[in-house]
Design a protein around this ligand. Sequence first.
Ligand code: WTA
Length: 667
Amino acid sequence: MADADLPSGADTTNPADTNPAIEAYFLEERTFPPSEGFKKDALVTGQSMYDEAAEDYRGFWARQALDLIDWYDEWDTILEWDLPFARWFVGGTLNVAYNCLDRHVANGLGDKVAYYWEGEPGDTRTITYAQLLDEVQKFANVLKGMGVTRGDRVAIYMPMIPELPVAMLACTRIGAAHSVVFGGFSSDALRDRINDAEAKVLVTADGGNRRGAVTALKPAADVALADTPSIEHVVVVQRTKNDVEMVDGRDHWYHDVMKDAFPKCEPERMDSEDLLYLLYTSGTTAKPKGIMHTTGGYLTQVAFTHKYVFDLHPDTDVYWCAADIGWVTGHSYIVYGPLANGATSVMYEGTPDCPDKDRWWSIIEKYGVTILYTAPTAIRTFMKWGTQYPEAHDMSSLRLLGSVGEPINPEAWVWYWEHIGGGSCPVVDTWWQTETGAIMISPLPGATTLKPGSATFPLPGISAEVVDDDAKRVDVGGGYLTLTQPWPAMLRGIYGDPERYRDTYWSRFEGRYFAGDGAKLDDDGYLWLLGRVDDVMNVSGHRVSTTEVESALVDHPSVAEAAVVGAKDETTGQAIIAYVTLRGGQEASPERGEELRKHVAVKIGAIARPKTIIFTDDLPKTRSGKIMRRLLRDVAEGRDLGDTTTLADASVVDEIKKRATTSPTEE
Ligand code: WTA
């Protein structure tokens, strides 16, 4: 690569002198201030909440805990912080199910809809707060009858049906911790998680509906159950009526055990720091980590963020988080946040393309959804499918959009804003993790001027900094995203492995939490997430983030989605290989590839110009929709593929391998 290709000022002779941890190339200058119309009714419009929190973050969170949550006993100490171990609201007692259900019913909201549920085949259920409370009390008694007591663990392996939140809330009512295992995971994954948690009971279903077919869950659970000595009972919800075997004495139909269940169950008074749930993060290679979340701090922060980030008006909003409850997004923003706030939510069982690619938009129209929260992977898929699907529906009820799970490319953000939000809904890009439990970095939609692709600022009460390799704070430019003070919903550890907790999150930078993301700060102090630091490429000594090159590709009007990796290269160390999915109606061709390479060079600089562009209809993704760049690196470097168990659709990689060997490469 010739020096002339580098952005002006780039030093190729001794990169170490000037090299930031990650360089910043992409410049996005569009801004979207909150409209007067939105501000008129917004919960937060100014800076005062930020100022108040900055003055005393402990006091700030204590005020939120009092304002948003009902406690049996108030705490003695707001926070005990013995790095890396935090205890919030120490001495306080509460019950999560009580906060999510009983208190709303007691306040006269029993007839309010908690969930509009829609099954993939089109069947529907409307569940009020009073009905949910009835069901939860009964199921709590079922669990008790099976010997589950305070402190036990219950595994849950279910499709997106109302019995899933019922099972979770029943656990919290009696003080048992749940461990929800995503229904798309294999028997092996279920077995390992059950065994690590030593769960006593498994709650599952015969199956669920997905893309027009039945996914059998109980048969998969049976394979796991052959090797899970801690399980004493299995409860099976009948959803799809596929054939299942029931083991006498161990397996019970949900509808049978619920028939005679006693209708009242007093909520347990739980300690603020009692374990609320485990959620395993599927490390791609290592053993999954059982992320531990506790009660008082978690509920406070999810209720706070759900209320203020989504500007919730519980009397009028119809809120829809389209994630699966098997992920943390569903735990915090389908179940605990919305219910704690007394919101009305939509819950949908199936995929967005069933029976047709406008299913989501028909749901929004049907229920008058006002707030939609989804992931960039979904948005880019909709871009690929084309605007005719949203255009066929009246979505004027929408007033706010959210994004989570990956960096959102500016152009995908603008597409979402324009084609889903009709050009009038703020888009809140929310950064957080399974480990953080709740949203950490995000706009407040009535107060923050948005920049497409930026998660903007840490929320009030949260403190984040970008640092370089030497842990020095970066004020403008790229580096590692760290959190500098404890927050209420933070993970309390990895189940059974305190050392791994310290090593994984608290050892890279002293006194700081670091969980693997790169970020940059622009001149206005806005934060831009740059993807996982493991994915950062090293091109001629320059540390280029995959996110920025992907965003430059998606910036081209023909592109819906792009994944970029660095593959070993004799001249430049790593060469940039881009896998590109075009928008509907666009043709792949060598000329198009050349055009895209040029587009990247113009948009962010020649250093970032991909060496090869490989067109593909699909990208390998995890089941939660994150692009698996590691596999694409293997393909690009001609290696055998490593572990592919977390892959959502294995055939995608075979197709890409074929394309990779036939795509022209610049020499
Ligand atoms: C990524 C999901 C950029 C990030 C709640 C993080 C994001 C990981 C964003 C956690 C965002 C999540 N912008 N990247 N708005 N939100 N991520 O545990 O890499 O499934 O570390 O939690 O997703 O994924 P997890």
